[in-house]
Design a protein around this ligand. Structure first.
Ligand code: AHG
Ligand code: MN
Ligand code: MN
Length: 367
C-alpha cells in the first residue's frame, strides 16, 4: 500500500488553484463547481463499488414495471441515483444557472432557496449503464457552458435553447471512469489532465498530466452487429481495417468494444485508437446512437484538447449547432490520422460501379 500521505503529487484542488493563478480575474466559482462535480463523482464511485451489497444493481423500480427515460431507455437504479447525486452536489453553491441531464426530459431549474450563477452543466450521470450488472467499467460525463448573458443578468429559468451551444463554446469538459481505479479526466481548455482517486485520502491526485492521443493507431472500436445499417464510407473503412496486411492499409488492426463509450474514450486517450458510432439506417428517428450534448461534445472536446480529433464523420463535432437537448448524432473520435481518413471517405463521392468480385483488383478480368 503506497504511503500516499507523503506523495508530492498535486491534488485536484491544488491543480485548480494553480490554474486559477494564471487567470487572476477568475472569481473562483468555476473551481468550486469542478470540485462539486468531483465530489459527486466520488459519491457515484462508492455506489458503483458497493454494487449489489447496497442493492445497487438492476433496473429502477423493477417491481413497479420499471422506469423509462426520455431516451426511451430503461433506467437502471444507478442511472437514477447518479443523476440525483450530480444534482444535489452541484445545485446549492450558487455557481449554476441550470442543468440538463440525459436522464431528465427538461432542464433542471436551480431551486428558489439557492442563488443562481453563471454556468450551465450538462451531464450523462452514468454512461455504459448496461454494464453495471456485469461489473464492467462505467463512468460519468459532463460539460460546462457559460449561460447566455440574459440568463446571468436576470436569473430567469433556463430553457432548452440556452443549452444549444456548439461544442467549441464549452468552458470545460470531463469524465469520471469507475474502473479498477476511479479516475477523473478534465479539460478546462488548456490540455487534458488525468487524476486518480486515492482511496485513503479520498482525493483525486494528478497522475496523468498533459494527456495526448497518438496520431496513428491499429485499433478500432465499433459495434459490428450494426454493419448492415452502415453507410458506404464506414463500411469501406471497416472493411479495409479487417483486410489487414493484405488489404489497402497494409497493416493488421485489432478491435475492441466495451459498450461504455466513456471507457473506450479513456483507452483511446491512453494509447490511441478510433471509436465509431456512426449515423446509420437502423432507426430513422435516431441519427446516431450517442447524444450530442451529453456524450459527443464533452468527449469531443477532451479528444481535441489531447491532440486527437472528434467528428460526425463529415463535420468537426465542435462546430455542430445543437437543435435539441437530447439530440443524437453520429460520432467518430480518436487518433487524428484515422478520423481524418474517415472524414475523407465521407467526402469522396460514393463509388458508382457495381463491385462484382470478378471485376475487382487481382481478378481474372484485370491485367
Ligand atoms: P448510456 O448508458 O448512457 O445510455 O450510454 C450507452 C452508450 C455508450 O456508452 C455505448 O458506447 C453505447 O451506448 C453502447 O451501444 P450498444 O448497445 O450498441 O453496444
Ligand atoms: Mn451514455
Ligand atoms: Mn447514461
Amino acid at each position: 500500500m503506497p504511503l500516499t500521505i507523503r506523495s508530492n503529487r498535486s491534488t485536484l484542488t491544488q491543480f485548480l488553484i494553480e490554474e486559477r493563478r494564471r487567470h487572476p480575474s477568475a472569481s473562483g466559482d468555476f473551481n468550486a463547481l469542478i470540485l462539486d462535480v468531483a465530489l459527486a463523482c466520488k459519491g457515484i464511485a462508492k455506489a458503483v463499488a458497493y454494487g449489489e451489497l447496497a442493492g445497487m444493481t438492476g433496473n429502477y423500480a423493477a417491481d413497479a414495471g420499471g422506469s423509462v427515460n426520455v431516451q426511451g431507455e430503461t433506467q437502471k437504479k444507478l442511472d437514477v441515483l447518479s443523476n440525483d447525486v450530480f444534482m444535489q452536489r452541484t445545485e446549492w453553491a450558487g455557481n449554476l444557472a441550470g442543468m440538463a441531464s440525459e436522464e431528465m426530459e427538461a432542464p433542471y431549474q436551480i431551486p428558489a432557496q439557492y442563488q443562481r450563477g453563471k454556468y450551465l452543466i450538462v451531464f450523462d450521470p452514468l454512461d455504459g449503464s448496461s454494464n453495471i450488472d456485469v461489473n464492467v467499467s462505467v463512468g460519468s460525463i459532463f460539460s460546462i457552458l457559460l449561460a447566455p448573458q440574459d440568463v446571468i443578468d436576470s436569473g430567469r429559468d433556463v430553457t432548452d435553447a440556452d443549452f444549444f451551444q456548439p461544442g467549441a463554446k464549452q468552458m470545460a469538459a470531463g469524465y469520471a471512469l469507475y474502473g479498477p481505479t476511479t479516475q477523473l479526466v478534465l479539460t478546462v481548455g488548456e490540455g487534458v489532465n488525468g487524476f486518480t482517486l486515492d482511496p485513503n485520502l479520498g482525493e483525486f491526485m494528478l497522475t496523468h498530466p498533459k494527456m495526448t492521443v497518438p496520431a496513428d493507431t491499429q485499433e478500432f472500436a465499433i459495434n459490428a452487429s450494426n454493419a448492415r445499417f452502415w453507410e458506404a464510407p464506414v463500411k469501406r473503412y471497416v472493411d479495409e481495417c479487417l483486410a489487414g496486411k493484405t488489404g489497402p492499409r497494409g497493416k493488421d488492426f485489432n478491435m475492441r468494444w466495451i459498450a461504455s463509450m466513456v471507457a473506450e474514450a479513456h483507452r483511446i486517450l491512453m494509447r490511441g485508437g478510433v471509436f465509431l458510432y456512426p449515423r446509420d439506417s437502423k432507426d430513422p428517428s435516431k441519427p446516431g446512437r450517442l447524444r450530442l450534448l451529453y456524450e459527443a461534445n464533452p468527449v469531443g472536446m477532451i479528444m481535441e484538447q489531447a491532440g486527437g480529433r472528434a467528428s460526425t464523420g463529415e463535420l468537426p463535432m465542435m462546430s455542430v449547432q445543437p437543435t435539441g437537448l437530447h439530440q443524437r448524432i453520429g460520432f467518430v473520435f480518436g487518433s487524428k490520422n484515422e478520423v481524418e481518413r474517415i472524414e475523407r471517405y465521407h467526402a469522396e463521392p460514393a463509388p458508382t460501379t457495381f463491385e462484382n468480385p470478378l471485376f475487382a483488383e487481382r481478378s481474372l478480368f484485370r491485367d
